[in-house]
Design a protein around this ligand. Structure first.
Ligand code: C2E
Ligand code: MG
Ligand code: MG
Length: 635
């Protein structure tokens, strides 16, 4: 600051003292010189006064002018330094290139980002380091600039010296010299990281992380566009709802990591089956959706569905295991099965359930009948809600007999829905519905309590230790309060635990073997007996069976139906009976309708039976009468 003040004082004294004096001296000298030259007043003072006066004014003016000039020059130099500083230290990449791409100037950020030294930059042509895909576009843009067109920002990819690519976004403009285009300026920002982040966000928002397929959101979007295209070009469009059969079993028995690998492979196979403009998406779990678009006839669709089924049912090599799994496909077609994305997806879903119902590994087209069934199902759900509130249920009992002793040893509690308008409805109609809605938990609890009460009353009235079998559904079994509820029902109805048998199916046991074992052990600890219902229809492994605290196997009635004519079924029944014997379990056959079946079972050593031959399920009062009279053994 001090230094700057001294410098300024010096320039002011030059401008306003020295230059006026010099001016005065110069003019006086010139005037004297002029007089000498023409021979006049050499020593007269006044002859010097006027020239000195004008000289000092002129000197002063020159001083002012030179001061301004110096100032302007200084400002200019300062500005130049300032601009250079801005140019060099800008974080953006700045470049100036000739019209054919030779580099004239680049700033530090440019060199640092792309990794070139000064001497290398001098040899570069910008088109050589532009990504090949961007070169023509850039040449066109320069041409457009020369034509006077205005350009929007551009995105270009440059190749760094180390070979990596950098994505830049910025503007280019022309520099003119002598009214002619001279060079191209460019100012760019490095957007590689931002683009990567955007890509990642996009990937996370629209793609399934496990399989890399589009997720539900992107699927929705693609379907809406595909429908719009189909409408515009009068094409068909098919939506396939694909669900892997028995996938839950893989997850439950082999673990989620194996399940994930299988899903990844299934997704890969799906992609291979499709054309480029078809979409395969994952909805979640083992559910996939395929959109087939742009075809003029529907006859292609079954072929593609079959191709997908074949691809998905090839063995999977996962974690050193060979797994075989099939799929079920439901198909809805635009426009006949729905005009918008929501309806098409819903109808394909419905058709998928129909395909699954047909034992899986197949495809099924949507039909209006399915829609009607679904509506009926909804109505049924609604009616069941009322039935639960109004307690329209009853428990029926079917006797279980011992053929050896010719006695009724127990009864199975079977629920009935006494619907006011529809009469008595069997559980096959409504149990699947209340299982789906979860209402089975409340209903099952009510059945247990009611049966314990009624059979307990009968035991006391008849003084017989009648065993009571009650069915448990999967949902009840998953209820963490199940053991408490059973214990409470027994306590409150004063029912002897050793006379209660709970029936569960094989699939309940196998779906979550560890927690099932835990629950069974707790129930067993209460003194309750445990049986596997419908035995032979599931896939339980003998290894597993041995690890559960079980008491009895119930041979499924489907094997009994034609046991006298079907050698396979006869062999299955015989095997189950001997297996039960080996595992030290009791065995009972259900669905016994004829005396031939009785003899067959009895010869194999199975004396416990249940079936219409003895009695169907009856209300409590009827059961009481039946037990008193010994009716089950009257021929
Ligand atoms: P389930 O436990 O296997 O019951 C045996 C079914 O076979 C009963 O059908 C019974 O009426 C029928 N049945 C008995 N003897 C014969 C016969 O000789 N021939 C033929 N063809 N059928 C016979 P129902 O009462 O219609 O029950 C069907 C299924 O509904 C039951 O099969 C059981 O899985 C379920 N269920 C019934 N009540 C309940 C309940 O309170 N809770 C739960 N979770 N499920 C129940
Ligand atoms: Mg049963
Ligand atoms: Mg059964």
């Amino acid at each position: 600051m001090k230094c700057y003040g001294a410098h300024r004082l010096y320039s002011l004294s030059v401008d306003f003292i020295l230059l006026p004096i010099l001016g005065a001296l110069l003019l006086s000298f010139l005037s004297v010189f002029q007089k000498i030259y023409i021979g006049a007043y050499l020593w007269r003072v006044e002859a010097y006064l006027f020239p000195a006066f004008y000289g000092s004014i002129a000197g002063g003016l020159v001083g002012v002018w030179s001061g301004r000039l110096r100032k302007a020059l200084k400002r200019q130099v300062k500005l130049q330094k300032h601009y250079l500083d801005l140019f060099e230290n800008a974080s953006d990449l700045i470049q100036s290139v000739t019209l054919d791409g030779s580099i004239l100037y680049v700033n530090r950020a440019w060199k640092e980002t792309l990794g070139y030294r000064d001497d290398e930059v001098a040899q570069l042509n910008v088109f050589d380091i532009l990504a090949p895909a961007d070169r023509d576009g850039c040449r066109q843009r320069i041409e457009m600039l020369i034509q006077g067109e205005e350009l929007s920002p551009i995105e270009v990819s440059f190749q760094c010296k180390n070979g990596s690519a950098v994505l830049l976004e910025g503007n280019i403009s022309l520099r003119y010299e002598d009214n002619r285009p001279h060079s191209v300026r460019g100012i760019f920002r490095n957007i590689s990281e931002r683009k990567q982040a955007e890509l990642k966000i996009h990937q996370l928002a629209y793609y399934d992380t496990l399989t890399g397929l589009p997720n539900r959101i992107l699927l929705q979007d693609r379907l809406i566009h595909a429908i719009a295209d189909a409408r515009r070009f009068s094409h068909f469009l098919a939506v396939m709802f694909i669900d892997l059969d028995q996938f839950k079993k893989v997850n439950d028995t082999l673990g989620h990591s194996v399940g994930d690998l299988l899903l990844k492979d299934a997704a890969r196979r799906l992609r291979i089956c499709l054309r480029e403009n078809d979409t395969a998406a994952r909805l979640g779990g083992d559910e996939f959706i395929v959109i087939l678009s742009g075809f003029k006839q529907l006859s292609n669709v079954p072929h593609i569905a079959q191709k997908i089924l074949d691809a998905l049912s090839q063995p999977y090599l996962v974690a050193d295991r060979e797994l075989v799994i099939s799929a079920s496909i439901g198909i809805s077609v635009y426009p006949q099965d729905g005009e918008n994305a929501e309806i098409l997806m819903r109808n394909a879903d419905m058709a998928m359930y129909a395909a699954k119902y047909e034992r899986g590994n197949g495809y099924c087209f949507f039909s209006e009948e399915m829609n009607r069934n679904a509506t009926r199902q909804l109505e049924l759900e609604e009616q069941l809600r009322h039935a639960l509130i109004e307690n329209q249920f009853e428990v029926y009992y079917q006797p279980q007999i011992d053929w050896g002793t010719q006695t009724v040893t127990g009864v199975e509690a079977l629920v009935r829905w006494n619907q006011k308008q529809g009469g008595m409805i069997t559980p096959e109609v409504f149990i699947p519905v209340v299982e789906e809605t979860g209402q089975i938990v409340a209903l099952g609890e009510w059945v247990l309590r009611r049966a314990c009460q009624q059979v307990g009353d009968m035991q006391r009235a008849l003084s017989t230790p009648l065993r009571l079998s009650v069915n448990l559904s999967g949902r009840q079994f998953d209820d963490s309060l199940l053991v408490n509820k059973v214990e409470k029902a027994l306590r409150e109805t004063n029912f002897p635990p050793e006379l209660l048998e709970l029936e569960i199916t094989e699939s309940i046991l196998m779906e979550n073997a560890d927690s099932a074992r835990d629950t069974l052990q707790k129930l067993n600890a209460l003194g309750i007996k445990l049986a596997i219902d419908d035995f032979g229809t599931g896939y339980s492994s003998l290894n597993y069976l041995n690890t559960f605290p079980l008491d009895r196997l119930k041979i499924d009635k489907s094997f009994l139906v034609d046991v006298m004519h079907d050698d396979n079924h006869a062999a299955i029944v015989a095997t189950i009976i001997s297996m039960a014997d080996t595992l030290d379990l009791s065995v009972i056959a259900e669905g016994v309708e004829t005396m031939e079946q009785v003899s067959f079972l009895s010869d194999l050593g199975c004396k416990a039976m249940q079936g219409f031959l003895f009695s169907g399920p009856v209300p409590q009062k009827e059961l009481c009468a039946l037990l008193r009279t010994g009716a089950p053994f009257r021929s």
